[in-house]
Write a protein that binds this ligand. Structure first.
Ligand code: FE2
Length: 269
């Protein structure tokens, strides 16, 4: 289905893992853009630099591939450059509910190429995650603020627990256009539209090597589980795939009309 005039289409791409992930994105995203023609592209970049964190180079690669905005998560600060990057470029978001005084912003209203404004919010969960401020209250407050500027509001909820992500979806049902989770790197098959019009999926998945363990080299991961040693992780390089979620929404109301998962696989010659 091609989105009509009054419909606005958002593409959200799951965590891009290291160089293999950036390659998958570079080679596969153009096909999705061509086929699906989204108006706005949001990509989670928190694993884009070497599998851990984001830097100027990896952010540029994601913007060059077609991203309008980048979201992040618990790995935001793994590369020290990120502390400057989030202040240099407002299109690079970090989770909103970090301690006061943290550099950068957790949300922003951006203009799509067609002129339509889109609010993007990035929050981080607290269940099985490092301590953070309350994502429920902080997230809702920022969505309420952005709603004054546009009804099209997208949320990347970066969290481990599906219960927390689902609860947040209900918490902002009818306020956000879409709530999509990240962090587990495994796409979930629960895409749906909640009662009051918020599109929801617990996890978008990842963009990277499926021959690994959540995008990291499987031998290293296995050795870590078998020995308990702090073995260094490298991004997996085999079976490159791109996981994404497409959301259609009514431009006037911000209510979602459709949500669907997209997965593309890079066929090696
Ligand atoms: Fe994460």
């Amino acid at each position: 289905m091609v989105a009509g005039n009054e419909s606005f289409r958002i593409l959200f791409v799951g965590d891009v893992v290291g160089r293999p992930g950036r390659r998958a994105l570079r080679e596969l995203l153009p096909h999705i853009l061509e086929e699906e023609r989204p108006h706005f592209v949001i990509i989670n970049s928190e694993n884009s630099a070497g599998g851990f964190g984001v830097n100027r180079r990896s952010a540029k690669a994601l913007f060059d591939a077609g991203a309008d905005v980048l979201t992040n998560g618990n790995h935001t600060w793994d590369k020290v450059e990120a502390f400057e990057l989030v202040d240099e470029d407002p299109r690079v978001l970090r989770p909103e509910n970090l301690p006061p005084g943290t550099p950068g912003c957790g949300c922003g209203v951006f203009e799509a190429k067609c002129g339509t404004r889109v609010g993007v919010l990035n929050v981080i969960g607290r269940v099985f995650m490092n301590p953070a401020e309350d994502p429920f209250r902080a997230g809702r407050r920022m969505l309420d603020d952005m709603r004054a500027e546009t009804p099209l509001l997208f949320v990347d909820f970066h969290g481990e627990a599906t219960s927390e992500k689902q609860a947040f979806g209900w918490h902002v049902d009818g306020l956000a256009t879409a709530v999509v989770g990240t962090h587990t790197h495994v796409p979930t098959a629960d895409s749906r539209i909640l009662k009051n019009g918020t599109a929801y999926q617990s996890d978008a998945g990842m963009t990277g090597g499926y021959e690994g363990v959540i995008g990291m080299d499987r031998d290293a991961s296995l050795r870590r589980f078998l020995t308990g040693y702090p073995i260094r992780f490298e991004p997996a390089t085999g079976d490159l795939r791109l996981d994404a979620v497409l959301i259609d929404a009514d431009k006037q109301t911000g209510r979602a009309t459709a949500i669907r998962r997209v997965q593309k696989r890079l066929l090696e010659g």
